[in-house]
Write a protein that binds this ligand. Structure first.
Ligand code: ADP
Ligand code: MG
Length: 292
């Protein structure tokens, strides 16, 4: 009876867009105690839009946008794409920068007309000895609204701030509530700042937040929860999430996410939202009941 129930369960999953790679994953899903949700692209739509541009010092807002777009043009990060798209919509031309370097989880470094440019987090600025104290109040005010703030530095001085906002997927809050009703502890994990992370978490009813986690540390966070004796699922969509998806007891990839995430995961959610996680766990529980 066991293999048959699993086969039926796997088939039912497929009908609902839940692609399960092996029988053991369906079995493991009913034991989950803890679920870690990536923020960008998993809880949110992952299509950030520019909301604020603030010029600091001599440059105009238009200059800030133009320089940032140039620096970000070669980056594949959704935040970079939001800046490039917005500058295009404003009719600004953005030539490509020289010496482009992506700094995962932090931002980018480039050279434009012989000037050194950084776009990214506070940490990136601090590590490159760029003073940000004068801008902190403005940054925190934007973050309080759930926005992600990127700083632009030109020749070692802050020249502007660019804020972006991402919208929560329609089904995220409902799915989180249902997971909690199933007795599962829900976490949000992100490379984004604490304030923006908390603001998004509050919108969908998540109390546990791990923020400012560098891409290479997401898997370690999952490992730490497992060491506490928890049975942990990770849900993610990005290249950054792949190691954590592989480390988790059950890795769920959002089907609209990157191939790398889908390859690393045990279960792929073709409908692209968190309702699929709830459905998979219910299916797992029903399947295991049939076996017993
Ligand atoms: P997430 O976990 O939300 O997907 P990442 O780990 O990719 O985020 O990035 C963490 C933070 O690093 C972002 O919120 C942003 O502030 C900064 N960052 C990353 N890539 C870029 C970039 N290309 N340009 C500017 N900032 C970036
Ligand atoms: Mg993501």
């Amino acid at each position: 009876a066991t293999p048959t129930s699993i086969m039926v369960g796997t088939g039912k999953g497929a009908e609902h867009g839940i692609l399960i790679k092996g029988a053991e994953h369906l079995e493991n899903a009913h034991r989950l105690t803890t679920i870690v949700l990536d923020k960008t692209g998993t809880i949110t739509k992952g299509q950030p839009e520019v909301t604020d541009i603030i010029a600091v010092g001599a440059l105009s807002r238009q200059d800030v946008l133009t320089i940032a777009a140039q620096a970000e043009k070669q980056s594949e990060h959704p935040l970079a794409q939001a800046i490039v798209k917005y500058s295009r919509e404003q009719g600004l031309a953005a030539a490509e920068a020289q010496d482009f370097t992506a700094i995962p989880g932090q931002g980018v470094k480039a050279s434009i007309g012989g000037r050194n440019i950084f776009v990214g987090t506070r940490k990136l600025m601090r590590e490159n000895n760029i003073a940000i104290e004068a801008e902190l109040a403005k940054i925190e005010q934007l973050e309080q609204q759930g926005k992600t703030v990127m700083l632009l530095a030109v020749e070692q001085a802050i020249a502007g701030l660019i804020a972006v906002a991402d919208t929560v997927k329609d089904s995220s809050a409902q799915a989180v509530a249902e997971l909690q009703q199933l007795g599962i502890e829900v976490w949000l994990i992100t490379g984004d700042n604490e304030r923006a992370a908390r603001a998004i978490a509050a919108k969908v009813g998540v109390q546990n937040v791990m923020s400012e986690v560098l891409p290479e540390h997401k898997a370690k966070k999952v490992e730490a929860l497992k060491k506490e004796g928890k049975v942990v699922a990770m849900v993610g969509d990005g290249i950054n999430d792949a190691p954590a998806l592989a480390t988790a007891d059950v890795g769920f990839a959002i089907g609209t996410g990157t191939d790398v995430a889908i390859e690393a995961a045990d279960i792929t959610l073709m409908r692209g939202d968190l309702q699929g996680v709830v459905a998979a766990i219910r299916l797992s529980k029903a399947t295991m009941r049939n076996i017993k």
